[in-house]
Design a protein around this ligand. Sequence first.
Ligand SMILES: Nc1ncnc2c1ncn2[C@@H]1O[C@H](COP(=O)(O)OP(=O)(O)O)[C@@H](O)[C@H]1O
Ligand SMILES: [Mg+2]
Length: 359
Amino acid sequence: MRREAEHYRVLVETTTAVLWGARPDGSATSGSETWSSYTGQTEVEHSGFGWLDALHPDDRAKTLERWLYSVKHEIPYEAEYRLRRTDGAYANVISRGLPLFDGEHKVREWVGTVQDITALRRSELAAAERLKQLEDAQRMLVASERLAAVGELSAAVAHEIRNPLGAIFNALNMLRREMRHPLLDVMTEESDRLNRIVGDLLDFARPCEPRFSGESITKVIHQALSSVDLSSRGIDVQLQLTNEVDQLPMDGRLVRQLLINLFENAAQAMPPVGGKLQIRTERTDDALSLYVSDNGPGVPPHLRERVFAPFFTTKATGTGLGLAVVKRIAESHGGSVELEPVQVPGAHFRVEIPLSARP
Ligand SMILES: Nc1ncnc2c1ncn2[C@@H]1O[C@H](COP(=O)(O)OP(=O)(O)O)[C@@H](O)[C@H]1O
Ligand SMILES: [Mg+2]
């Protein structure tokens, strides 16, 4: 008996776990040295139910409820909670306890341990975080690879279509000189549409590498306006251009393309009569903000994020590439494009182009 007692005394002295004891009614006995040195509570402070004060306030009620449940039913106790250490920081711990019975099967006392599992919880969290990062990275990789493949395919198909389409255009023009037929108009119209789709695909598939040179934004805006058929649709164009800056480091051809795409969308969204297209520029600290607004139905809030995604379209004959190209051109200039959440009806796009080239 003595040898066994000594055996356990040494075990207790060398363990790093906190040891505690409690009476049959659940109140802690005083005198747990390990608890005192871990929490800084005196041996009297932690006795009774004083030990609860060393728990994180949010964990107290739950832990007490658990403990009293075990006490009442005389079953093993296990609880995880945050315990304040002497340095004031909270550790994640697991406390376990067992009832010891006397000869009449009544609980004589409780003994238990508290183990610090902070490192375990922390590495679990870190592992979960790392896993999430990996999953995100993989998802992005898959998406970008698929997009790259789609881009290549689009370019190949568009190229193949371009030549026969050119031949059809020529043939149509010759036919129209010789004869008149309503079906010829249909064919011309549809070929035009095909040509536009092929153009969109090629714009999207072509790598976007701007050649920066100083260009007048006013000139580029006017060029873009004249490339879109606005007057025959009776669209009222309102220009409000700042004269604080005009020359910008940009690729004029690409920015013209960007504007054409925005103007075309605006024109398509407008009511048949009373269409208004507003173009406004404004100098900010280090960029030129370019606003393009129309008085069409606007973009519903739930689609706001999606309109810039390639191939997203709500139009029967759309390619969904216009805004994807806008975004790419803006970003290739170190700028950005956003759909502004404005209360005024219509769609309001804001493009930012930095005043100093930062591709
Ligand atoms: N000015 C606008 N007003 C309302 N909706 C717009 C406007 N511009 C773009 N959108 C929405 O964004 C979608 C994507 O536009 P875009 O990328 O140019 O492709 P597409 O014009 O071929 O549909 C459109 O189908 C439309 O739903
Ligand atoms: Mg479009």
